[in-house]
Design a protein around this ligand. Structure first.
Ligand SMILES: Cc1cc2nc3c(=O)[nH]c(=O)nc-3n(C[C@H](O)[C@H](O)[C@H](O)COP(=O)(O)OP(=O)(O)OC[C@H]3O[C@@H](n4cnc5c(N)ncnc54)[C@H](O)[C@@H]3O)c2cc1C
Length: 433
């Protein structure tokens, strides 16, 4: 299907939840806005954490406002208090955030590998594991990694909340369309040719090729995919690697829990399995050595007769040589790990099971490597010496080309908090006019 016009103020490439947030803001501000989505329906992964309250209000969404993550108590609360109010603003400088944070908090959560901090602060394996499991959600890293990937993961979990929400895509689609954005689905974008003053976007609808012009292009696809659409090579060395196994379970009823807790309430809130501190460390070591972890840590959430298990430490590399065999093994180990929390085997309750490896997620959603954040998370502030000349740089959504901005999980703060990439890119565009 072609678009209604030949050129737009803004073309959004990808109709994931971030692209829809950006489109709703920009169309609402009166800009002609086109969203091009490769799949037959918008929404991308459609599994998101609570959107920032201001986004819910601005876009008039009928959603509960997000709340703080209860799993980590008051951990690093001064850091959260310093960063939280900046998230819907241009990026703060690192030194300005640091000035508001207790030096011990900064040292323990920003400069020191998280594993060292957890071992110093907690004696108990379960307490260490509770925080570590949050930090490692969607991130394949050692807790002692000098890259501090787990530290960044934890900060975003503290800032953004944990509960997975479905159905947001439909509300965002309505908000974007209601504001006047045009949505074209089954439109796989094949190239973006841009300069500083404008760009052209081409897509194929299965029958024919279409091209439109735009003053700004917002990329909701991962940065690794964007550079290919802009004429670069598929460089395996820089391709992100996802590490999440997803299993959707359709049950005859929710299983009883060993703890005796009410299954409906417990699974609605989500339970973690196989996520003691030592278990997480062993799972990482086994996966890093190329073996499927014997105990597969994960989080199980759902209601009614459906549960979704999201596993940690199942990197794409484990499924590369024998995709089906490795998937079967991973599912068996995940179910055995789930059983450790149950008073009855989960297999007795399963009516239907569907598992998705990182490769399956990449195939379905064009997320490179199946990486749920589109690439590694970055700190939610700008380095002290960063160039912040343009609105796009100030909001952490810039590319090398002035007319092309990132609006998805690959933007500086976009991966860790749902909707933030779209909000940041929209505000950068509005500030550039
Ligand atoms: C298995 C899994 C579990 C997750 N669980 C959670 C969770 O519990 N909580 C949470 O907060 N987040 C979760 N996430 C992450 C969350 O879904 C992402 O934050 C979100 O999908 C990213 O949104 P996005 O809009 O930036 O990108 P995406 O959802 O990736 O959207 C990008 C869109 O671009 C489209 N696209 C790709 N290529 C093209 C092209 N060439 N042309 C046109 N369109 C294209 C895609 O089809 C897609 O619709 C999970 C992700 C996965 C994969």
């Amino acid at each position: 299907m072609s678009s209604a016009r030949n050129s737009y103020d803004v073309v959004v490439v990808g109709g994931g939840h971030n692209g829809l947030v950006a489109a709703a803001y920009l169309a609402g501000a009166g800009l002609s806005t086109l969203v091009l989505e490769r799949l037959a329906r918008p929404g991308g992964a459609d599994l998101v954490s609570p959107l920032p309250g201001a986004v819910v209000t601005d876009l008039g969404l009928d959603l509960p406002r997000g709340s703080r993550n209860p799993a980590c108590g008051d951990l690093a609360s001064d850091l959260v208090r310093a960063v939280g109010p900046t998230l819907l603003q241009p990026l703060p400088l690192e030194r300005d955030v640091r000035a508001q944070v207790d030096p011990d908090t900064w040292r323990d959560f920003v400069s020191t590998p998280l594993g060292v901090t957890l071992e110093a602060r907690y004696a108990d394996d379960a307490e260490r594991g509770r925080v570590a499991a949050e930090a490692l959600t969607g991130t394949f890293a050692s807790l002692h990694d000098e890259s501090l990937a787990a530290n960044r993961g934890l900060l975003y979990r503290l800032l953004g909340g944990t509960a997975s929400t479905r159905g947001v895509a439909e509300l965002l689609t309505q908000a974007a369309a209601g504001a006047g954005a045009e949505l074209v689905t089954s439109a796989g974008v094949s190239s973006i040719r841009g300069g500083d003053d404008g760009a052209e976007v081409s897509w194929h609808d299965g029958m024919s090729q279409h091209t439109v012009g735009a003053r700004f292009v917002l990329s909701n696809v991962a940065p690794w995919v964007l550079q290919i659409l802009m004429g670069g090579d598929e460089d395996p060395a820089t391709k992100p690697e996802g590490a999440q196994l997803r299993i959707d379970l359709h049950l005859d009823r929710l299983p009883r829990l060993r703890s005796g807790a009410d299954p409906e309430a417990a699974f609605a809130a989500g339970i973690v399995v196989g996520s003691g501190y030592a278990e997480l460390a062993s799972a990482y070591d086994e996966a890093a050595a190329g073996r499927m972890p014997s105990v597969l840590p994960g989080r199980l959430q759902g209601r009614g007769d459906t549960l979704t298990y999201l596993g940690t430490h199942t990197p794409a590399r484990l499924f590369a040589d024998d995709p089906q065999g490795a998937k079967d093994l991973a599912v068996a180990r995940a179910l055995a790990t789930i059983d450790t929390q149950l008073a009855e085997p989960i297999a007795d309750r399963v009516v239907h099971l569907e598992a998705r490896t990182p490769q399956d997620i990449e195939h379905d959603l064009a997320m490179p490597g199946g990486h749920r954040f589109h690439g590694d998370l970055e700190w939610p502030w700008a380095p002290n010496r960063a160039r912040l000349d343009t609105p796009a740089q100030q909001w952490g959504v810039q590319t090398d080309v002035g007319s092309v901005l990132v609006c998805g999980s690959g933007s500086r703060r976009g991966g860790g908090i749902s909707g933030l990439g779209g909000h940041s890119a929209a505000h950068a565009v509005l500030a550039s006019r």
